[in-house]
Design a protein around this ligand. Structure first.
Ligand code: SAH
Length: 343
């Protein structure tokens, strides 16, 4: 059965029109679901009894099952069970500017990045839009606060689940619903170039982040198999077009892996690759995981890399580490559950 949380407001208006109801019902239903946060159609007291009966027969209001929450200072990691028994994770980060939720977009991931723990389990399926929406509702219910920012940086490749992801964004951005500002939403991709181009043309206003992690094909091929399909220069070309069309700044994520991509030569190469682009680089100290041989670069190396970019007039920050105690940091999702045989 489809979920009521899978509908954009426009789709819900059409749904009601098709069953001979006023499209205004969509506003009422959105109000119940996303403002009043009811959990069953029976609670929608301004709908007629026979309409409630019809909705109950055709659509589900089921939420995600919360399995565990792990807390570590300003981070909470959530493990959810989906209707088919699969499990996914979401990570809440409490920043000074608000609550940011990192959502998963797929069960597993097929991109196979060598350094990423989450990708050790191949993709079992895409998440539906409603399963993304419900991650937000579940976390807001748990903390009894609003989520202000959403990053699509959990398990999965968002652009490998494009349609559901775009639908999700439409639903959570609706001013009559959860109302998360479009500029408070960030999609991160490992570089699926055709999808970057499609995304560009939609001009959504959503932030784009690219997991680059290497300044050239030689290194990128070794750590990210997707680079065999889309080369560094293909990505840069697509990003240039994105900036031209949207006039938005792009974020490049760059994990520093000891001895792999962290030399001064790499930093200089990265600086010349990104020269003149409206972008900033987010340097990510690698979170080591027990099953993967890559190591974190030491502090001196990280700082030297940062300085070289800075001196070349590239906007750059070093990402503060979140949640490593609860294995909630980037690339660590799933690992504990896999080890314990829970997933
Ligand atoms: N598939 C998308 C969304 C995942 S975002 C993408 O690749 O962008 C998760 C981010 O964490 C990516 O930038 C990923 O490369 C990074 N990451 C993966 N493993 C990591 C690790 N062990 N330490 C730090 N960052 C990691």
């Amino acid at each position: 059965m489809n979920s009521i949380y899978n509908y954009t407001k426009e789709e819900l208006e059409n749904y009601f029109k098709e069953i001979g109801e006023s499209k205004f019902r969509a506003d009422q239903v959105f109000d119940w679901l996303y403002i009043k946060r009811i959990k069953a159609f029976d609670e929608m007291t301004n709908l007629k009894k026979d309409l409630i009966k019809y909705l109950k027969e055709h659509l589900s209001t089921d939420r995600l099952k919360l399995v565990t929450v792990q807390k570590d200072l300003d981070v909470r990691k959530y493990l959810f069970e989906l209707y088919d028994g699969n499990k996914i994770e979401a990570v809440l980060m409490n920043h000074d500017y608000g609550n940011s939720l990192c959502v998963s977009t797929q069960v597993g991931c097929n991109m196979g990045c060598r350094f990423c723990e989450s990708g050790r389990l191949k993709k079992l399926r895409n998440l539906n839009a409603f399963e993304l929406v419900l991650q937000i509702l579940a976390v807001e219910e748990d903390i009894d606060e609003r989520i202000s920012h959403v990053v699509l940086m959990g398990i999965g490749e968002p652009f490998d689940n494009y349609d559901n992801v775009m639908r999700f964004i439409n639903i959570i951005n609706d001013p009559k619903g959860i109302n998360i500002g479009i500029r408070h939403i960030t999609i991160s991709t490992c570089g699926l170039v055709p999808k970057i181009r499609e995304f560009t043309n939609e001009k959504t206003g959503v932030n784009l982040a690219i997991s680059l992690h290497a300044p050239n094909d030689e290194i990128r091929n070794k750590i990210m198999p997707i680079n065999k399909a889309y080369k560094v220069n293909d990505i840069i070309d697509a990003v240039k077009d994105y900036i031209k069309v949207t006039n938005r700044r792009v974020t490049f994520e760059y994990i520093l892996l000891k001895g792999v991509n962290d030399t001064p030569k790499c930093a200089k190469e990265l600086a010349s690759l990104l020269k003149g682009l409206n972008c900033y680089v987010n340097l990510i100290p690698y979170n080591e995981t027990s099953h993967i041989e890559y190591k974190t670069s030491d502090k001196v190396t990280i700082n030297r890399f940062y300085d070289i970019l800075k001196e070349s007039n590239i906007n750059v920050t070093i990402r503060r580490e979140f949640g490593s105690k609860v294995s909630a940091a980037c690339g660590q999702l799933r690992s504990e559950q896999i080890s314990k045989g829970e997933i």
